[in-house]
Design a protein around this ligand. Structure first.
Ligand SMILES: [Zn+2]
Ligand SMILES: [Zn+2]
Length: 405
């Protein structure tokens, strides 16, 4: 860099100019990822495109980071606060980039490339972290467990949507597989010798049905029977069920989960059967947005003509592994508008917008708003301390899950 701005306002201006200069490359990356949708942990081309770009711009880049083939990490800067900008790039089966992760990837890349130019002069560090398999594969959860967020002061990403919203209304989710074991017997000749595993599953289901009347309106429990019995004249020895439990917070989820388990166990006990639970490997937490960080993002987004609205005006509901990141470090997950209001994510029409002019504008604006917020974290004497203080105050809320490491 010829000029080395020290003043944050000047730095943000330079950052935005750098991103404008990168437009052609960023949109090429966004379109290339969009044209070749890859499922979670199979994002080989996206991984290649993104890491090639980072390397060509001189960032210290590790491919297949943290033992995950399609994860990556790129770094710039040698001292000062460490701020992570996250890229997602997995697609959905059959409907491709209907969640617009190509926009997330290109915006994160753009922010990282521009910031790398100013990191030394502004005394900050940036990490561009490539997190695969957000759509159910828990890429970020695996990366957290491998230490990807150690030493990170804050983590930022944007997600495209049909409206401009401060945050996603997320639900923490736990998935449980239940296996019941009873004892087979002839249903007519010796029913007294049988222990009916299907009864255990059905009684548990009924117990949960009564529980539903006494849970919070924003909590969800849904279950199905799996691997059921095969013949009516045999007392069923095996039965299975899948249950999903959702609650607005991790702590709420823990409490609801134990109530659901009590219902299921009571069913098993009544039928005299054994019951085993296996929990999903990658449960998703709710996103705890850091308000101080979000306020900085909002004012930067407004600078470039965007106006993120409170979620009370437009709610976009979902579960994401960014929630797990937000329990590790201060984090934000604002939604950037790239489609008309009525177009929901996870629809084929949204996929078209993710590749269209509004998606392209989302890439550039997203990169700018993210990068400007990182400049705030680097340079403001108050923002990062406030961010950290707010995060520390959450300690009590950040109850550990009971069944995961
Ligand atoms: Zn999605
Ligand atoms: Zn998504």
């Amino acid at each position: 860099m010829e000029s080395e701005p020290k003043d944050p306002r000047e730095a943000k201006k330079v950052i935005c100019e750098l991103i404008d200069d990168l437009e052609e490359e960023l949109l090429h990356v966004s379109h290339a990822i969009h044209e070749n949708p890859e499922l979670g942990y199979e994002e080989f081309q996206a991984h290649e495109i993104l890491t090639s770009s980072l390397i060509s711009h001189g960032l210290k880049t590790e491919k297949s980071a943290y033992g995950i083939e399609t994860a990556f990490e790129a770094k710039a800067g040698s001292s000062g606060p460490v701020i992570a900008v996250l890229c997602e790039y997995d697609a959905l089966p059959e409907i491709g980039h209907a969640c617009g992760h190509n926009v997330i990837a290109a915006a994160g890349l753009g922010a990282g490339l521009a910031l790398s130019q100013l990191a030394e002069s502004l005394n900050g560090q940036v990490r561009v972290i490539g997190t695969p398999a957000e759509e159910g594969g828990g890429g970020k959860v695996r990366m957290i467990r491998k230490g990807a967020f150690e030493g990170v002061d804050a983590a930022l990403m944007i997600h495209p949507a049909g409206s401009e919203v401060e945050r996603i209304t997320s639900l923490a989710i736990e998935q449980m597989k239940i296996s019941y074991t009873g004892r087979a017997a002839h249903a007519a000749a010796a029913p007294e010798k049988g222990l009916n595993a299907l009864d255990a599953a059905v009684l548990g289901y009924m117990n949960v049905a009564t529980l539903r009347q006494h849970i919070a309106p924003d909590e969800r429990i849904h279950g199905i029977f799996t691997d059921g019995p095969v013949k009516a004249n045999i007392v069923p020895q095996h039965a299975g069920a899948d249950w999903y439990v959702r609650s607005p917070t991790r702590a709420g989820l823990e409490s609801l989960k134990s109530r659901v388990i009590a219902c299921l166990e009571a069913g098993a006990k009544a039928a005299g059967c054994d019951m085993e639970i296996s929990f999903s490997e990658f449960p998703y937490d709710d996103v705890v947005d850091n308000r101080a960080l979000l306020n900085a993002y909002i004012s930067n987004a407004q600078e470039i003509g965007r106006d993120p609205r409170p979620e009370t005006e437009t709610a976009i509901v979902g579960s994401t592994d960014m929630g797990n990141v937000s329990y590790e470090v201060p984090a934000i997950h604002p939604m950037i508008k790239i489609a008309p209001e009525e177009i929901a994510i996870h629809t084929p029409t949204f996929a078209e917008y993710a590749r269209g002019p509004m998606g392209d504008k989302g890439v550039i604006d997203g990169a700018k708003a993210l990068a400007m917020t990182v400049v705030d974290c680097w340079t403001s004497p108050t923002i990062l301390p406030e961010v950290c203080e707010e995060f520390e105050e959450l300690e009590g809320v950040r109850a550990r899950r009971t069944n995961t490491p």
